[in-house]
Design a protein around this ligand. Structure first.
Ligand SMILES: [Zn+2]
Length: 238
């Protein structure tokens, strides 16, 4: 978002007022004044506008899709245009579950058509289906950001996704010295990633930021400023 960049630059190195933590993907309500807490919901027929916090992300998670998913989908369509819904997902492809990949693909394609039509980014859950995901992105010619949440794979997968214009949300995997994702977080270009806690209640987003700042050899304040700018670029598309 140009106006935010200009504003930050005008303030030189003094980014006071912008020192926000952004938890880009969490399943918990952890609102606080210094935090953008993007809570994600698996949509059911029962979910209503009044159940949603100030900002959230909505989708049909492949783990929880059941035979009533088409009714849940109708509800998602009705809620997705609300201003408080800043992203669509998590949704995606998972080769570790019983739901046939063909059914998962149909449901995922509906998400990407919805995201495209209302100009909101896609938050993606992907397990052992990166080749299929890249093929779908190429064939869809989608123009909204595709963000892989909880990315923790090795450099080869990371580089493939980077080449195809994916974005990344890194979580608790970066806390481990042994994770192959250490190299990815150290090398991912500014503007192409965010951070998250996902389903971990025992980990704070502050811990993830501290670790990411160390691995990227930048100050916490610099990282906060960069990620705030990335967040606005990804979530304010029109
Ligand atoms: Zn999640």
């Amino acid at each position: 978002m140009a106006s935010l960049s200009n504003c930050l630059r005008q303030n030189g190195n003094r980014y006071l007022g912008f020192q926000m933590f952004i938890d880009f993907h969490t399943h918990y309500d952890r609102q606080s004044p210094d935090r953008i807490n993007l809570q994600t919901f698996h949509v059911t027929t029962a979910l209503q506008e009044a159940d949603l916090p100030l900002i959230c992300s909505l989708g049909l998670h492949p783990w929880f899709v059941d035979e009533s998913w088409e009714d849940a989908w109708q509800n998602l369509g009705a809620l997705a245009s609300l201003d408080k819904v800043v992203a669509i997902g998590e949704c995606g492809l998972d080769r570790h579950i019983d739901l046939p990949i063909e059914v998962q693909t149909v449901i995922f394609q509906k998400h990407l058509e919805l995201a495209e039509s209302i100009r909101k980014p896609l938050v993606i859950h992907c397990v052992r289906a990166f080749a299929e995901l890249i093929a779908l992105k190429k064939s869809s010619k989608s123009s909204v950001p595709w963000i892989i949440h909880g990315f923790h794979k090795k450099m080869e997968v990371f580089q493939q996704l980077l080449k195809h214009d994916f974005y990344f949300s890194f979580g608790t995997a970066i806390l481990s010295d042994r994770s192959p994702v250490i190299q990815a977080i150290a090398n991912v270009p500014d503007g192409r990633f965010l951070l998250e806690t996902d389903d971990r209640q025992d980990i704070s987003i502050e811990q993830i930021y501290d670790r990411a700042a160390t691995l990227r050899q930048v100050s916490l304040e610099t990282l906060q400023t960069q990620l705030l700018e990335t967040y606005y670029q990804l979530t304010r598309l029109s």
